[in-house]
Design a protein. Structure first.
Length: 253
């Protein structure tokens, strides 16, 4: 989950407390079958850790600098993010590309910085304009190659977020998502240096979607729908059911 800049400190603390209570009581998370991560703002990171660490929620940051430590005013380095308790680093979101002019080279440098310091990049990929699933898969695979060019080995989380679906009333069609995410999974599986990677879907993701996607994804990258802890709880229930089904012997499915 990414909180973007929706919450002030006080409302974020309320949300952290509600999510901690929800997650702490959830059997799927307690068993380790389901993993939850939250990317708050930098200023909320310590608050999030205080509420969520004991509940088993992992933390991320919404961006990292291309630079190492030094005279870079206003930057937050991957080294500092890792030292502050972050495990994940969201990189290359469509808003960063569109609003802040991030290029493929910038995103690749940020992914490399994250991996150098033990952070798992959450690479946000997706086609800008709606197109057929095959073309979308080709475009997204090209982004994946570019965004990891020159990056050290290590697992990544690829968040497929078609730009045209971000903030839309509904996510992309299941059939479209499935074609793209399966192509991304095949590319990651073919690269020994990316063992342990995952593919998730964002872009107006919410309750009921994970059940329909099934084995096509490893999870969801939630945004505004997770602001309601009850909606988050329903997604966790779906993830738990999916994890249980995957754990069954093949002949029992």
């Amino acid at each position: 989950m990414s909180l973007k800049a929706y919450f002030d400190r006080r409302s974020a603390r309320v949300w952290f407390g509600e999510v901690a209570e929800l997650v702490r009581a959830h059997a799927g998370v307690r068993s380790g079958a389901v993993e939850v991560f939250v990317a708050p703002t930098y200023l909320q990171l310590d608050d999030a850790r205080g509420y969520l660490h004991d509940a088993g929620v992992r933390l991320g940051v919404q961006d990292v600098s291309v630079h190492e430590t030094g005279a870079f005013t206003g930057e937050t380095t991957a080294a500092e993010a890792a030292d502050s308790g972050a495990v994940y680093a969201e990189i290359g979101h469509a808003e960063r590309r569109r609003l802040f002019g991030e290029t493929a080279g910038t995103i690749a440098a940020k992914a490399a910085a994250a991996l150098r310091h033990g952070l798992t990049p959450v690479l946000c990929l997706g086609e800008a304009q709606r197109q057929d699933a095959g073309a979308a898969a080709a475009a997204t695979l090209d982004q994946l190659r570019t965004d990891l060019a020159g990056a050290p080995g290590g697992p990544v989380v690829v968040a497929y977020e078609p730009v045209w679906a971000i903030g839309a009333p509904q996510p992309a069609p299941v059939e479209h998502i499935t074609v793209v995410t399966r192509a991304l999974r095949a590319a990651l599986d073919a690269d020994p240096g990316r063992a342990g990677s995952a593919v998730i879907y964002g872009g107006s993701a919410g309750p009921d979607l994970l059940t329909r996607l099934g084995d096509a994804v490893d999870g969801l990258f939630l945004g505004r729908f997770a602001h309601d802890p009850a909606a988050l709880g329903r997604v966790l229930d779906e993830a738990t059911a999916l994890a249980a089904r995957r754990a069954e012997p093949e002949h029992a499915r």
